[in-house]
Design a protein around this ligand. Structure first.
Ligand SMILES: NC(=O)c1ccc[n+]([C@@H]2O[C@H](COP(=O)([O-])OP(=O)(O)OC[C@H]3O[C@@H](n4cnc5c(N)ncnc54)[C@H](O)[C@@H]3O)[C@@H](O)[C@H]2O)c1
Length: 415
């Protein structure tokens, strides 16, 4: 874990603190229900909520810890659990796609077994989406299912990965790492509780924070169908305060604003997931959350693509590819006559205001890119399904888009 560094001083952290009551977003599934608690300084809130859901001390809690977190902050959370009487065990994991592997899963399961975790005990995932996906899958499989709690520490995991119960790891098909199937093994296993403390974001590198914001922009483009048609406008107006590109890490962080951002985005994800917990609705539900992703998945594996042209910044982060994908999807939609004609420019402006890339150098030819899109997991019976943003902050699934409109989408993000 990282010791306290210069990027996050105590003064920075205190700017992230607030005494406001945490926000609560329920995730209501037919067979399951849990709360997402959002706010700042939530370590003691976590303890109170564990008790409220029947995971009271004394119990064993295995904490799967993201190695990128600051040690003293992790210690604070663990101290809160120990003070309440929990027997806490730690297992530190490196958060990388490489670590989202069978070997890491095995390591965590062995640590859980050595700690003698029983089915009445719990696993706490303290980290970003990698740790959440891996720990959630370990919880799904350990003794055929253990209750688990997520404490997401990246913006992406707060607004997206921690909600909805998708857990899993990558499958390496060859030892040279050339054929890695992302999220190929997994399970739906809902957490018992999610505690999203925005104070974690103070130490998150700004590039990671921006990457998370891409998913917020995505939610804004489909939120009209899920009860918050104002989300896009609100996000657009909040962007300068959230992520001014030239500001220092953390010094621009307002806990209230962040809490609002996370709560509104979690509310959208919670509603979508509640209607389609297992992603079985073909033309709505969870598939809509793939807005921008069919474009993004085609370029994310390309090792040479850089968000700013600097080769040392390659490859693109997932959120950067999604941001480009949102511009491409809006342009495709406008060219196909499905999206408002001014939408591509609006999306591009918002992506730029978030400090995310609006175009990328080194893309292959359009035919090649369209071929790659056809390999996406969302292709059904050979037909490519694209999510297209329409009017009034809604998005739809379309499987009849003219390839020339898709090519226009790619051209819109090509340097
Ligand atoms: N389950 C889902 O529904 C879902 C949805 C979206 C994405 N995902 C998965 O999430 C993963 C990406 O997650 P992510 O974007 O959170 O990135 P991540 O988990 O890879 O973390 C990114 C980096 O930030 C570091 N980090 C985490 N929190 C930090 C903090 N507070 N301060 C400083 N550093 C910190 C990590 O150590 C890592 O280096 C992918 O594997 C993706 O497949 C899952």
């Amino acid at each position: 874990m990282r010791p306290m560094d210069q990027a996050m001083s105590k003064a920075d952290l205190s700017s992230a603190q607030s005494n406001a009551a945490p926000r609560l977003v329920p995730v209501e599934l037919a067979a399951d229900r849990y709360d997402v608690v959002i706010g700042s300084n939530l370590a003691s809130e976590l303890v109170a909520r564990l008790t409220a859901i029947g995971l009271e001390a004394p119990r064993r809690v295995m904490v799967a810890i993201d190695a990128g977190l600051h040690e003293h902050e992790v210690d604070r959370w663990i101290a809160a659990l120990e003070a309440a009487g929990y027997a806490v065990h730690r297992h530190v994991l490196t958060a990388s796609e490489h670590a989202k592997s069978l070997a890491s899963l095995e390591g965590l399961l062995i640590a859980m077994a050595r700690a003698k975790l029983e089915r009445r005990d719990a696993l706490l995932a303290l980290g970003g989406g990698v740790i959440g996906d891996l720990a959630g899958f370990a919880a799904a499989t350990y003794q055929r299912g253990l209750r688990w709690v997520q404490a997401p520490t990246t913006l992406l995991s707060m607004v997206d990965a921690s909600v909805g119960g998708k857990t899993g790891i990558n499958l390496a098909m060859s030892s040279d790492g050339h054929d890695v199937r992302k999220n190929y093994i997994g399970a739906f296993h809902q957490p018992a509780l999610v505690v999203a403390d925005v104070c974690w974001l103070a130490s998150l590198p700004i590039r990671q924070r921006r990457a998370g914001l891409a998913e917020c922009l995505k939610h804004g483009l489909l939120s009209g169908g899920w009860g918050d048609a104002e989300l896009w406008d609100w996000t657009e107006s909040a962007l300068p305060r959230l992520f001014a590109p030239d500001r220092q890490i953390a010094s621009d962080l307002s806990a209230e604003l962040m809490t609002e951002l996370v709560a509104r985005n979690v509310a959208i994800k919670a509603k979508v997931v509640a209607t389609d917990p297992h992603e079985r609705v073909p033309l709505g539900g969870r598939v809509l959350l793939n807005l921008g992703h069919t474009f993004a998945h085609a370029i994310e594996p390309m090792a040479n693509l850089s968000p700013d042209g600097d080769p040392s910044h390659a490859p693109l982060h997932h959120g950067e590819a999604v941001a480009l994908g949102l511009i491409a999807a809006a342009t495709t939609g406008a060219r196909a006559g499905r999206s408002p004609s001014d939408l591509p420019a609006r999306v591009r402006r918002a992506v730029a205001a978030a400090g995310l890339p609006t175009a990328v150098a080194g893309l292959p030819a359009n035919d090649d890119l369209i071929q790659r899109m056809r390999a996406d997991k969302k292709v059904m019976s050979g037909r490519m399904r694209l999510i297209i943003p329409t009017a009034k902050a809604c998005s739809v699934v379309a499987d009849d888009i003219d390839p020339r409109a898709i090519a226009a989408g790619w051209d819109a993000i090509r340097v």
